[in-house]
Design a protein around this ligand. Structure first.
Ligand code: PHE
Length: 450
């Protein structure tokens, strides 16, 4: 049941954590993290990523959930309510735009995932299959109709969950999908690390070589940590508003961030040993999942089954993240226009179909249309993760650290004094939110610009 005074909400704390973990674990973990690890020297990158996630990202996640639960409502409302200032509503609107941009390219990759899941189910990637995975992928993604049809299918699946609502849609599906995802990734990991020759890949993941770490890798680790934890896009503000009053926000932030990081490392363990076992170059980049892996599946014992399991995992991860992106936009629209959940969701889906199609076409016929040297798809990805999400994160920490203040922060994380939170830990967290995180974010932004 939803608590009194709350229009919609999760029925339990577990439901809330499952949904937030669902948002965090996504294409970022399975698609981006492994290739970033590959390009940035393996274990050294993972160590930097872990430190950043622990010290910077987790406190920001907590700050977002404080704004959400304390403020209530859609992000713009939540910001206005916690600060008592109208202008802060703009930060919530920015979050909605950020989610919109991410969602526009996310649905395209979501569509590719469905296509690859279907290909796996008809055993296209079984051992011994003769495929040219590079040509297959390029042919598919540059086509003008098929990828759009798949991304519309992906949008339809997402919208069904959104229309079912917070408890019956988001919470129920997350509680089902998250345990499945963990089982899948562990199964694929076991297959991968038991391949002959997998040792080199494991060493690559766990033996740090700091000489290959550059300043750029540190920036990438920060960007990836933000993207992976869905920070700076008002996800935790939206879900925070649905969080039971009795929930321990600090513990939740820790659980969400540990689960997401554990999953990312598991994804690395599932992919890298296989990559090394078959002598493929780990620095391949974005094509790793759709080009390199299918090639590997066709050479690997149990490859057919593994490919189906892998693309099913990728699909579940993509849907649960897309649901959260969709929910931020839908709840914002509901609060701005006063329209019902269903109408708002349909409007969002229609506009997304248009922007998603443009992103998809920008891989093919619209490739020539570039903004600052990048096609539209890449530009949306670049702008949202490097600019909008970091600005969103900065607004969150400034809001809590400098406007809401320590007293209200402590009041919220202790649920009005009913939950015990270690005082020193609480003070450290607030210090990070108020001083460390803004300095790191602004410092990073400056170094990217110059
Ligand atoms: N965290 C998601 C991923 O790793 C992406 C995401 C970003 C989802 C922002 C919601 C909000 O793929």
């Amino acid at each position: 049941m939803t608590e009194p005074g709350r229009k919609e909400g999760f029925s339990s704390n577990f439901g809330m954590v499952a949904a937030a973990v669902g948002s965090a674990i996504g294409l970022g973990n399975l698609w981006r993290f492994p290739y970033l690890v590959g390009q940035n020297g393996g274990a050294a990158f993972i160590i930097v990523y872990l430190i950043i996630t622990l010290v910077i990202s987790t406190p920001i996640l907590l700050a977002e959930s404080v704004i959400g639960r304390r403020g209530g409502g859609a992000p713009a409302e939540a910001y206005r309510n916690v600060t008592g200032r109208k202008a802060w509503g703009a930060a919530g609107i920015m979050g909605m735009i950020t989610c919109f941009m991410i969602m526009s390219f996310y649905v395209v990759v979501g569509g590719w995932t469905i296509k690859y899941l279907l290909l796996s189910c008809v055993m296209q990637f079984h051992r011994g299959a003769q495929i040219d995975s590079g040509a297959l992928f390029t042919g598919f993604m540059t086509d003008s109709t098929a990828p759009i049809a798949y991304s519309i299918l992906f949008i339809l699946l997402t919208i069904i969950i959104i229309i079912l609502g917070v408890q019956k849609g988001i919470e129920k599906t997350s509680k089902l999908m998250m345990p499945m995802l963990f089982v899948l990734i562990i199964l694929i990991g076991i297959r991968s690390v038991t391949l002959p020759g997998a040792k080199v890949g494991i060493a690559y993941l766990f033996n740090p070589d700091f000489s290959s770490l550059t300043f750029k890798s540190i920036l990438e680790a920060l960007g990836q940590s933000f993207f992976s934890l869905s920070l700076g896009a008002c996800m935790m503000i939206t879900y925070g508003a649905y969080t039971p009053k009795s929930s321990n926000l600090t513990k939740n932030a820790a659980v969400i961030s540990v689960s997401d990081t554990f999953f990312a490392v598991m994804a690395g363990c599932a992919i890298m040993p296989a990559v090394f076992a078959f002598g493929v170059n780990p620095t391949q980049g974005a094509g790793l999942v759709f080009v390199t892996l299918p090639q590997i599946f066709t050479q690997m014992p149990l490859g057919g089954v593994c490919s189906a399991l892998f693309f099913f995992a990728l699909f579940l991860a993509a849907v649960s993240s897309a649901v959260s992106l969709f929910e931020v936009i839908t709840s914002s629209l509901m609060s701005i226009t006063g329209k019902s959940r269903r109408t708002s969701a349909i409007i969002v889906a229609l506009v997304l179909t248009a922007t998603g199609s443009v992103c998809s076409l920008s891989q093919g016929v619209l490739r020539g249309v570039t903004i600052a040297g990048m096609n539209i798809f890449d530009q949306f990805d670049y702008l949202s993760s490097n600019f909008l999400m970091t600005t969103g994160g900065l607004l969150t920490v400034v809001c809590i650290g400098w406007c809401v203040g320590k007293e209200a922060f402590l009041d919220e994380i202790t649920a009005g004094g009913t939950i015990r939170v270690n005082r020193t830990l609480a003070s450290i967290l607030f210090f990070i939110i108020k001083y460390v995180a803004p300095v790191v974010i602004v410092g990073t932004a400056i170094s990217i610009i110059f």
